[in-house]
Design a protein around this ligand. Structure first.
Ligand code: X2X
Length: 339
């Protein structure tokens, strides 16, 4: 199939070149040896897509066009749950995904998303580039997926609402809040007394617009690039969990690449991770001002009051039991806060 289309492309190009010799200079005569798909839920302007696009451009250039990874941002290929199935089937070769959503397949992957675990980014990166990240990547590899060494940043998550500000844990009572598809998210917001609704990011804007949900929670960079400020009014700076994006590959797609190509891709994606982390940190620090200018109202919260609700509900005990002692100890070692 690939050879056939390559042959016919050569024929067409040759024919066109006879009629329009100038085309030869601008048309790529050879098809790529490896044409692959990278998919993501992230909006086009999000640093994840900006940096991955740079990386895939560099990979194309350095391989003389032989490795052509096409980027499909913004849920173009479906919602996260669907894209994860496509990744497993090999219809998508590369996919960026939150560890918590990945936990629907790799149960231990959610451990990095335990509420109020990481105190700051220094702890996040030391743990995720170190023992905790290595543990999760080993778990991921058992499920037919390969995770690149460096996880990308999504950010510390904040709660936004359209109906009333969230100043104390009691303000979450009965709140119709959208959460991504992951048991840990649902568990956490149920324990806060909210009424969580599982909705893929692809439908978040419309569900807030039509008031299926009154609230959602995301890092500011997603709220901004996904234009959620158009359908939300208040932001509570809860920093209730850190979230990232594993860069996943279908193992068969990955293994059919020659080792030098794999090394090149990994190098560019890791370089992109370092830049993307800095981009997101800068955005999350500066966005309060620009989102306020767009009409959002921010408030701070007493983080300890929110965390103590999770202690009281048994959230930590329940998830410690689900994950087991070994990963829990790794999380506790890396977190920066006592769980
Ligand atoms: O779905 C979300 O809220 C998002 C964009 O943050 C994730 O990918 C988990």
């Amino acid at each position: 199939m690939q050879n056939l289309s390559r042959r016919s492309m050569l024929k067409i190009t040759a024919g066109a070149a006879l009629a329009f010799p100038a085309i030869l200079k601008t048309t790529r005569v050879h098809a790529a040896d490896f044409t692959m798909k990278y998919a993501s839920n992230a909006p086009v302007t999000h640093p994840l897509i900006v940096r991955i696009t740079e990386a895939t451009d560099a990979i194309r250039k350095e391989t003389g066009g032989k490795v052509d990874i096409q980027v499909f941002p913004n849920n173009q290929l479906g919602g996260d749950t669907d894209m994860l199935s496509q990744l497993r089937a090999g219809a998508i070769d590369f996919f960026s995904l939150s560890p918590l959503i990945l936990s629907t397949l790799v149960s231990k992957a959610a451990i990095s998303g335990i509420g109020f675990a990481f105190s700051d980014y220094d702890h996040v990166w030391a743990a995720m580039d170190g023992e905790l990240g290595n543990y999760v990547r080993a778990e991921i590899s058992k499920s037919g997926l390969y995770a690149m060494p460096k996880i990308f940043d999504n950010g510390f998550r904040q709660i936004s609402t359209s109906n009333h500000p969230v100043k104390t844990p009691d303000d979450l009572k009965g709140l119709k809040i959208r959460v991504p598809a992951s048991p840990m998210w649902t568990s956490m917001f149920r324990d806060f007394g909210a009424a969580p609704l599982t909705i893929n990011f692809a439908e978040v804007y419309s569900s807030l617009q039509t008031k299926v949900a009154d609230a959602q929670e995301n890092p500011l960079a997603i709220l901004d690039t996904g234009k959620l400020y158009e359908v939300q009014k208040y932001i509570a700076k809860t920093n209730h969990m850190w979230d990232g994006f594993w860069q996943l590959a279908n193992v068969k797609s990955w293994q059919k690449l020659p080792p030098d190509v794999r090394a090149l891709i990994e190098k560019h994606i890791n370089d992109a991770a370092v830049k993307q982390r800095a981009d997101v940190a800068a955005l999350n620090a500066s966005l309060e001002t620009s989102l306020t200018a767009k009409g959002m109202t921010f408030n701070s919260v007493d983080t300890a009051a929110f965390q103590s609700r999770l202690h009281a509900s048994g959230f930590y005990k329940e998830w410690h039991g689900k994950f087991g002692d070994e990963p829990w100890a790794l999380l506790q070692k890396g977190a920066g806060r006592t769980l």
